[in-house]
Design a protein around this ligand. Structure first.
Ligand code: ZN
Length: 803
């Protein structure tokens, strides 16, 4: 089996000098073996459940079949399957899981999985056109590809064709598969494709850049696998020509082409595209020495760390455009935080660390990894989150798959490679970045070998014992990271702070003797002659801490988040009395304790305290407060026990708490709706007043069904006399396709029949307010609302009240 080392050695210049690359080099995941209770079982679940499950879904949804159909079409066969091709980026999902499977194969031989991957690669090879072009949606039926594909090659690349996006993932998978198996099958497909790109794009050729980035990182990987400098030049070319060039798709923040990449200062637009681009810029900068790229991504990083980073490490606040929000725009319930963006954030931060050797990037990477990234997959490895919100009213639920299935594939490839983020090296220096019970066999740049063994229960416990075994006694600097969270600095910016200051400091000992904590770029540098059996003991105190956000973050005002070690906590419905958490307040003086629960959620440390619950006690709105037990679980583990409320930012003042509403005839009713929308109908009568018609926190709509007649039925607990209804319509004018209805009316149930209410006042369709309708009182067990959608639009409801 080939290791990453031998592949890295290929990247030498012809003159025998080592090629330019990152000054700090990652220690590959193949050199580090986990045997801990946190990551090892997750990585095993990824290998044995998630990866086969994702392949199964790709077969089931026709993604694999697309390669077969493209192959058949290229051989001139008539296709029996006339189904129009799926999304133009579906090919990438297959490549991503091949990448994940390749990493898994490197660690654990699995002949069955390897044979399956070989079979897939044969199908991919057959779908590649003679000149190297590979894009199933066009090859299946060049006359009728997906509309986003354009009528000819690359025509809509800057808009939405995703031709280069697919190829970027192909190259990443090809490099991984070659490294894992030593087989050239997928690499040869990738190199043939890259040859076509070199012939097509470049100075004096087509100046096309990718609408969705990743080809830059992919080309860097092909370069490292082959030593072919042209791939780096092509990646740099595609970054340099990106910008407002007057062509279709250009000049938009959405795909980061609003200004030249070196002139960008703020993280904007689609968050996954952005982080893939910043990662590609880091790669090209490392490989070429280009400092303008480094300055740009440093500035953008400062912007994200200080103004656009969730406490969970998630990024990309807005669903519209899957995009970064404005500075400090970090809403909780509607937080988008795509799982892929968390993966991209970690790729980017790790690369910045490799450029600068500074632990603050690892601080962000670790925060994302332990919180907003692994929240993207369920504990059983079979369902996924696309967005990762920080608050829920029960409308969120993981899904086994998605029509746009980018996130599951990203989980498979990232989890398989986590051991590669623990160590790094530079000359005779070794960096210890993450703490995981593991054994690492590390080969340093200077030819020395060091075995590193970590004993720890991290992230549940902050004691880490490391045994250092160099191949012979040798001078070596071991940089031990002292995480920001353990130094009263939750993030490397002013965005979040601990509400308290702890006096108990981290402690470090070498061979039992205390070492002063002198920090350089977040590390204690232990420079000495190391011999076999030397030990490093690190103690990171892990009290439960309250975190507060910069006052500029409106959504977090009057609230605290809980953190213990690297983990951010969430209060979830099922652990708290009454099954609700959004009506709770955690007083600042409430004592916080931690307790390990081996039986819960595959073993977690929970945070216990006492909270105040606010409940509206009568129709007049009087609010009662009662003290009750409070339990929070690690954020990553939420949504594994059914739908219900969840809260990361917990009110610490009565003013910001949200009392449970007083039950009304509407809120206690059962709701049934027409159609099969994936939105939760319970949002229609949850008793919560929306902020506006496009408030995205808790609404119901029939999207994407347009031009239709729809209905909602509200069945009361028992017969009631009603004479008034109030409708607050959902309407996302400006960024969506849902509008107030063209018309609507109310009916009531009499026996088995629905009858129109009588003497109804006007059925209003005003936005951003309740539309009140009164009618002749009826005693009934149910009301029915019938509506007609506007032409070309869908319809939706924020809230329906009845009196
Ligand atoms: Zn995704």
């Amino acid at each position: 089996m080939k290791t990453l080392f031998s592949v890295a050695l290929l990247a030498w210049c012809a003159g025998g000098q080592p090629a330019r690359d990152y000054p700090v080099k990652p220690v590959p995941f193949t050199a580090v073996h986990f045997h801990d209770a946190f990551w090892a079982p997750r990585i095993e679940t990824n290998r044995t459940i998630t990866i086969p499950f994702a392949f199964e879904k790709e077969e089931e949804t026709g993604r694999v079949d697309n390669f077969l159909r493209a192959g058949a079409a290229l051989r001139g066969e008539t296709l029996t399957n006339k189904k129009p091709p799926g999304y133009p980026f579906d090919d990438s999902d297959v490549y991503k899981v091949i990448e994940g499977a390749s990493y898994a194969l490197t660690v654990q031989p699995d002949p069955k999985l390897e044979a399956y991957v070989d079979g897939l690669i044969a199908k991919i090879a057959a779908a590649q056109e003679r000149d190297g072009y590979l894009y199933t949606t066009r090859s299946i039926d060049p006359q009728h590809p997906h509309p986003w594909a354009g009528t000819k090659r690359w025509e809509l690349e800057k808009v939405d064709s995703h031709e280069l996006y697919d190829l970027g993932h192909l190259y990443e998978a090809a490099a991984a598969h070659y490294q894992a198996t030593g087989k050239r099958t997928l690499l040869d497909i990738a190199l043939k494709s890259a040859g076509l790109l070199e012939n097509t794009f470049g100075p004096d050729k087509a100046a096309i850049w990718p609408g969705h980035q990743i080809i830059e990182m992919g080309l860097a990987k092909l370069y490292r696998a082959t030593g072919e400098q042209g791939y780096v030049s092509l990646a740099k070319f595609m970054l340099d020509v990106r910008g407002p060039d007057g062509t279709q798709g250009a000049g938009r923040t959405y795909n980061q082409s609003h200004v030249k990449v070196v002139d960008q200062t703020e993280a904007v637009g689609h968050a996954v595209r952005a982080t893939y681009m910043y990662s590609g810029m880091a790669d090209v900068a490392a490989l070429t020495g280009d400092t303008a790229y480094v300055h740009a991504i440093d500035r953008i990083w400062e912007n994200v760390a200080a103004k656009k980073l969730y406490i969970t490490g998630g990024i990309g606040a807005r669903a519209a455009g899957e995009a970064f929000g404005d500075n400090y725009e970090l809403p909780n319930m509607t937080a988008y935080n795509e799982t892929c963006a968390a993966v991209g954030n970690d790729y980017w931060n790790h690369r910045l660390f490799l450029l600068h050797g500074d632990a603050r990037y690892i601080d962000v990477m670790e925060r994302t990894l332990y919180n907003g990234l692994i929240s993207g997959v369920s504990l059983d490895g079979k369902s996924f989150f696309y967005p990762n919100p920080l608050e829920s009213n029960g409308q969120h639920e993981r899904s086994p798959w998605f029509g746009v299935a980018c996130c599951p594939g990203n989980i498979t490839r990232f989890l398989a490679s986590v051991p590669g983020y623990v160590y790094a090296e530079r000359g005779d220096a070794l960096y210890v970045n993450l703490f995981v019970e593991s054994t690492g066999e590390i080969k340093l740049d200077n030819g020395r070998k060091v075995k590193m063994e970590q004993e720890t229960r991290y992230p549940w416990d902050g004691d880490v014992k490391m045994r250092v075994t160099p191949d012979q006694a040798a001078r070596l600097t071991i940089h031990v990271r002292i995480p920001g969270w353990a130094r009263n600095e939750p993030v490397p910016s002013e965005l979040y702070k601990y509400a308290d200051k702890i006096t108990e400091q981290p402690k470090l000992k070498v061979n039992g003797k205390p070492v002063p904590l002198t920090l350089d770029k977040g590390y204690v540098a232990l420079d000495r002659t190391w011999k076999a059996g030397d030990t490093i003991e690190l103690n990171l105190p892990m009290p439960v801490r309250r975190v507060v956000a910069d006052n500029a973050v409106a959504a977090d005002r009057g609230r605290v988040a809980l953190q213990r070690g690297p983990l951010v906590y969430a209060a979830e419905w099922t652990d708290n009395p009454g099954g609700k958490v959004r009506n709770l307040m955690l007083p600042d003086n409430a004592r916080l304790t931690a307790e390990f629960r081996p039986d819960l959620l595959k073993g977690v440390t929970v945070v216990k305290s006492s909270a105040v619950a606010f409940v509206t006690a009568d129709a007049a709105g009087n609010v009662h407060r009662t003290e009750q037990d409070f339990t929070a679980i690690p954020y990553y583990a939420w949504a594994n026990r059914g739908r219900g409320q969840m809260l990361v930012w917990i009110p610490n003042s009565a003013a910001s708490a949200k009392p449970l509403t007083y039950p009304t005839v509407a809120t206690t009713a059962k709701i049934a709706v027409s159609g099969n929308s994936r939105r939760n109908p319970k949002n229609i009568n949850d008793g919560e007043d929306p902020a506006s018609s496009d408030d995205a926190s808790a609404y119901f709509d029939w999207w994407p069904v347009k031009d239709s007649k729809e209905w909602v039925e509200m069945t009361f607990e028992k017969a009631a006399t009603v004479s008034e209804a109030q409708l607050y319509w959902f309407d996302d004018t400006g960024h969506g396709g849902v509008r107030v209805p063209a018309e609507w009316k109310l009916l009531y149930r009499e026996g088995e029949q629905w009858k129109p209410v009588e003497n109804a006042s006007a059925y209003g369709v005003e936005r951003n307010q309740y539309n009140r309708v009164t009618f002749k009182p009826v005693n009934t067990t149910a009301l029915r609302l019938e509506l007609t959608e506007q032409k070309e639009y869908s319809a939706g409801i924020q809230e329906w009240k009845v009196q």
